[in-house]
Write a protein that binds this ligand. Structure first.
Ligand SMILES: *[C@@H]1O[C@H](CO)[C@@H](O)[C@H](O)[C@H]1NC(C)=O
Ligand SMILES: *[C@@H]1O[C@H](CO)[C@@H](O)[C@H](O)[C@H]1NC(C)=O
Ligand SMILES: *[C@@H]1O[C@H](CO)[C@@H](O)[C@H](O)[C@H]1NC(C)=O
Ligand SMILES: *[C@@H]1O[C@H](CO)[C@@H](O)[C@H](O)[C@H]1NC(C)=O
Ligand SMILES: *[C@@H]1O[C@H](CO)[C@@H](O)[C@H](O)[C@H]1NC(C)=O
Ligand SMILES: *[C@@H]1O[C@H](CO)[C@@H](O)[C@H](O)[C@H]1NC(C)=O
Length: 892
């Protein structure tokens, strides 16, 4: 169970909701106005109200604040939602006046958006963030002493996994809030049998403010900590609320055929029989051991497979196909999961090594063939459920490499059989995930991304857990044709214990008194029939929290399924699906990948500029972008190159665990000090002061600047360092030390260590929190144009908190992005592309930059995607937001 918990926490992170309320000032340039900015906007109330009726969750986040500053401020409202949820409403109320967002067709909204961008207005939008989250963010200018309330509504159908419906609420108010409250009301006609809530940030004291209760049909969770409860320590001005509130529950299963609810002209059928014997399963693990899996990926894959093999039930049959350019079968035919065979497979797995290319086509076809032979030779029971689990980290480059051809081959081999499903696990980022997703969806399975992280092995195991217990195959859900219409998906390949099948539809027979249903499926030993009648509810007697839930649930499920089908569809069919999904999204106010939310920004009312909230899925991005990626420079990307700032100054950004590099330049006047890293939690700040490239005596209008001075502060350890072109000054409490660049020196103190490599490099570690390398670039003697300058490289930042910001620091966190539409330009050797990140679509150009971390003379060339205009769209806000007033100053 412990394992499951971890899996919930780490993998189902997708279903979180985060709330954040940040404030930044666009006109920070003048003086040092940025101190205490955050305090100027006081959030006095923050609440999340969720109403769950029959798994359908309707959530409202309300946040109210007041601008205590004596000037107007730009206020940001930023929340995280699960990618599977649809935003259904947004409004902001400023001094009593409410501005409500409207959902529009994407193309129409895009025009407004582009117009806003053209006028230089920051039309706020944000999409993907984190593993499966997306961020919704808007900003608005608030006059001094004005009040603002943001209200965001989103809806989602809670999924049942491993026997529990799960709901995740991310809690992160960022400041102490007078009225902080989370309220969840659950109504389930089937009766609630268990309800639990826990928070990752909980302490014993906070637990006292969490109230969980259930009885009969209703459940209630409330969390209402006082300001003192919220403090990270007594008297502290900071909040300890930063984490997830996880709510899990299950319902009574009185009838094996589930539960049918017919309300307001729509029906919904929940089918999740429990006490059925397991169907034996036959599993073929198809594992990529190509060269790109080398290192941590193959280690974690092996670790996961060793654990998974212990979980294979004894009456299951299994085999391994490992592939790179070649295909290798562990056993010529599937074997029963006896102790002896498991032990032998473990020995085999332990020996795996990564090398070679990627031949996905042959690997998958071999797996189908293996299962086919097993069936015809009657190696395993005819009723067994067959699954193929494909794990790969790259795109096919050996054998059949045309993706459409592979899809066609696999589809033909599997041939829509009811007992065989293909699941695709995409490991890491450097793969064509849409291809894997389409491949899985076309063959009755699903795809999952396995994130390259310390928990990758657990992610793999967790996935296996979900498909470990097949109870039925070939499930058909039937309703009288004359009574219903517009029914969602009715046939399913597999039903796994702990999950749930949901079907919804419209009721067309107005005189219907009850809706009969019949479910047929193949069980462990025999064919099974389930039947059930759903009584039409008298609208007057309804006790549901919100009455229209059946209709909205139906609409949600229909749109989700249409979006899934859009994947594989082509031509007219695709257009039809798109039209249908768009119509429904507009009708029900869903912000889907086909629609956008538009709010007119109050201060721009006259000019009718708009804020647009967009939902871009990976699926849609690729179906719209050019599918064929032209070759990119391949002779680089030597390992990872953590983010750094160099030169005039150009910033080179490497996101954690990601295989693309971004770069941008910052143009500012000499003397300006830029914040590079700022972590309010560990109190670590790094700033860089710009100096002119040219000697003052040389008259020039050039604005080119280099970093001439760096300031590093650790508030916690009471250490300050000033690194200039000549000396390194360290202030540690009362102690003051000065070192010269020409020294060779290693120094380790309790709170920091530094190592100077004569005239070249300085490595600085601040406690265990972070370390940096500073490179001194010496201009050639007597060079009139150039002078010495500094470069700063991040060596280790993983102990810094997730609140870390700054021009470099904001990129220490993992974030989702996508590079697409890669195309060569008319300029030979140049490549352009589009980068989707932080909700922006940015035109980028391939460039080469040099990393001097280990080689201060020549550097190592790095390919990066260059974002013009001082990193606009890539960095939060604009470059002026990062200006600080002193070398040791910080942005609050
Ligand atoms: C706003 O407040 C600051 C500091 O409290 C003060 O220096 C400034 O003069 C005030 N500005 C106005 C317009 O009142
Ligand atoms: C959206 O929210 C506004 C403000 O709360 C409300 O007046 C409006 O009715 C809502 N719209 C829908 C479609 O729920
Ligand atoms: C990054 O991509 C390159 C080329 O596709 C590949 O050779 C390299 O192994 C990848 N590195 C990581 C860490 O995925
Ligand atoms: C199935 O039987 C055929 C012929 O008896 C044999 O050649 C083949 O190896 C068997 N395959 C499996 C997977 O058992
Ligand atoms: C189940 O239903 C099917 C068709 O509806 C019927 O042919 C079959 O005999 C039924 N099986 C059982 C066990 O009732
Ligand atoms: C400092 O430490 C580095 C690495 O630990 C070592 O290579 C170097 O020789 C040391 N320098 C001095 C002056 O001790």
């Amino acid at each position: 169970m412990k394992l499951f918990m971890l899996w919930f926490l780490l993998i189902l992170y997708p279903a979180l909701v985060a709330a954040d309320f940040v404030i930044s000032d666009a006109k920070k340039l003048e003086g040092n106005a940025n101190k205490g900015l955050r305090e100027n906007i006081k959030i006095y109330s923050f609440r999340i109200d969720s109403q769950v009726t029959s798994r359908f969750a309707h959530n409202v986040i309300t946040s109210s604040g007041v601008n205590h500053a004596n000037i107007s401020k730009e206020v940001f409202f930023e929340v995280e939602l699960p990618k599977t949820a649809f935003i259904t409403n947004f409004s902001m109320t400023i001094d009593g006046k409410t501005y409500v967002g409207t959902v529009k067709e994407k193309e129409i909204a895009q025009k407004q958006y582009q117009e806003a961008v053209r006028q230089g207005k920051s039309a706020g939008i944000v999409k993907a963030s984190g593993r499966k989250m997306e961020t919704f963010k808007v900003s608005v200018n608030i006059a001094s002493a004005s009040k603002v309330t943001f209200e965001l509504t989103y809806e989602e159908l809670l999924k049942r996994k491993l026997g529990m419906y799960e709901m995740f609420i991310r809690v992160k108010p960022n400041q102490l809030v007078d009225h902080f409250q989370i309220n969840v009301n659950i109504f389930e006609t089937q009766g609630i049998t268990s309800l639990d809530a826990e928070g990752t940030f909980m302490t014993n004291e906070l637990m006292q403010t969490l109230d969980v209760s259930f009885s009969g049909n209703t459940g209630h969770v409330s969390f209402k900590p006082t300001v003192d409860d919220q403090r990270s320590c007594p008297e502290c001005p900071t909040t300890r609320l930063d984490g997830e509130l996880i709510i899990k529950y299950d319902v009574e299963r009185a009838h094996s055929a589930g539960d049918i609810q017919v309300v307001n002209g729509y029906f919904v059928h929940f089918f999740a029989p429990e006490n059925l014997p397991r169907v034996p399963k036959t599993v073929v693990f198809v594992i990529d051991i190509s060269g790109s899996m080398m290192g941590r990926k193959i280690q974690q894959t092996k670790e996961a497979l060793l654990k998974i093999s212990e979980d294979i039930s004894e009456d299951d049959y299994f085999d391994f196909i490992i592939f790179n350019s070649n295909i290798k079968l562990w056993k010529k035919s599937l074997v029963k999961a006896t102790k002896k065979n498991i032990a032998a497979s473990k020995a085999f797995v332990s020996e795996l090594n990564a090398a070679g290319g990627t031949n996905i086509n042959e690997a998958v076809l071999s797996a189908v063939q293996l299962l086919d032979e097993g069936h015809s030779n009657k190696t395993f029971p005819a009723t067994s459920v067959s699954i193929i689990i494909l794990l790969t980290d790259g795109s096919p480059n050996v054998g059949v490499t045309n993706l459409a051809a592979i899809r066609a081959n696999v589809k033909q081999a599997i041939g829509g059989r009811f007992t065989l499903s293909l699941y695709c696990l995409g490991f890491g980022q450097s793969l064509d995930y849409n291809f894997l997703e389409t491949l899985a969806l076309e063959n009755g399975g699903i795809a999952r991304r396995i994130y390259e992280d310390s928990d990758s092995a657990l992610q793999l195991q967790g996935f296996y857990e979900e498909v470990a217990k097949p109870l039925l195959s070939g499930i058909q859900m039937q309703y009288p044709e004359a009574a219903v219409s517009d029914v969602t998906k009715q046939s399913f390949k597999h039903y796994y214990g702990g999950s749930e099948i949901v079907v919804a539809g419209r009721v067309v027979d107005n005189n219907l008194i009850s809706l009969p249903s019949a479910v047929t499926a193949q069980g462990a030993t025999s064919h099974l029939n389930f039947s059930l009648e759903g009584k039409v509810e008298d609208t007057l007697r309804q006790q549901y929290i919100f009455g229209k839930y059946t209709e909205r649930l139906w609409a949600y499920l229909t749109v989700q399924q249409l979006l899934e089908q859009l994947f594989a569809a082509e031509g007219d069919e695709k257009e039809n699906l798109k039209t249908k999904a768009t119509e429904l999204s507009l009708k029900y106010n869903f912000v889907t990948p086909l629609t956008s939310l538009v709010v007119t920004k109050p201060e721009d009312e006259a000019k009718s500029t708009a804020l647009v909230a967009d939902k871009l899925t990976e699926a849609l991005r690729t179906t719209e972008a050019a599918p064929e990626k032209p070759a990119r420079p391949t002779h680089q990307r030597v390992g990872s190159s953590p983010s750094f700032a160099e030169g005039d100054p150009h910033f080179v950004i490497q996101l954690p665990n990601k295989n693309e590099t971004f770069c941008f330049n910052v143009q500012q006047k000499p003397g300006v000090i830029l914040n590079l890293v700022n972590d309010p939690v560990t109190g670590i700040t790094v700033n860089g002061e710009l100096e002119s490239t040219i000697y003052a005596s040389t008259a020039s209008t050039s604005q080119n600047t280099y970093i001439g001075k760096l300031g590093i502060v650790s508030k916690k350890l009471d250490v300050k360092m000033e690194v200039t072109l000549h000396v390194i000054k360290v202030f540690n409490g009362q102690q003051k030390m000065i070192f010269h660049w020409k020294e060779m020196r290693n120094l380790t103190q309790q709170s920091f260590s530094l190592s100077i490599l004569k005239g070249k490099r300085l490595t600085v570690s601040i406690g265990d929190d972070a370390s940096f390398v500073i490179v001194l670039h010496r201009a050639r003697k007597m060079h009139l144009k150039h002078r010495d300058y500094l470069g700063i490289y991040t060596l280790d930042s993983h102990q810094l908190s997730e609140n870390t910001h700054g021009l470099l620091g904001q990129f220490y966190h993992d974030m989702e992005f996508e590079i697409f539409d890669i195309h060569p330009t008319s300029d030979p050797g140049k490549t352009d592309a589009t980068l989707a990140i932080k909700g922006n679509k940015i035109a980028v150009t391939g460039k080469w930059r040099k990393n001097f971390r280990t080689n201060s003379r020549d550097g190592v060339a790095i390919f990066c995607w260059f974002v013009a205009g001082n990193g606009k769209g890539l960095i939060d806000g604009n470059e002026r937001d990062y200006i600080v007033s002193s070398l040791f100053g910080h942005i609050n």
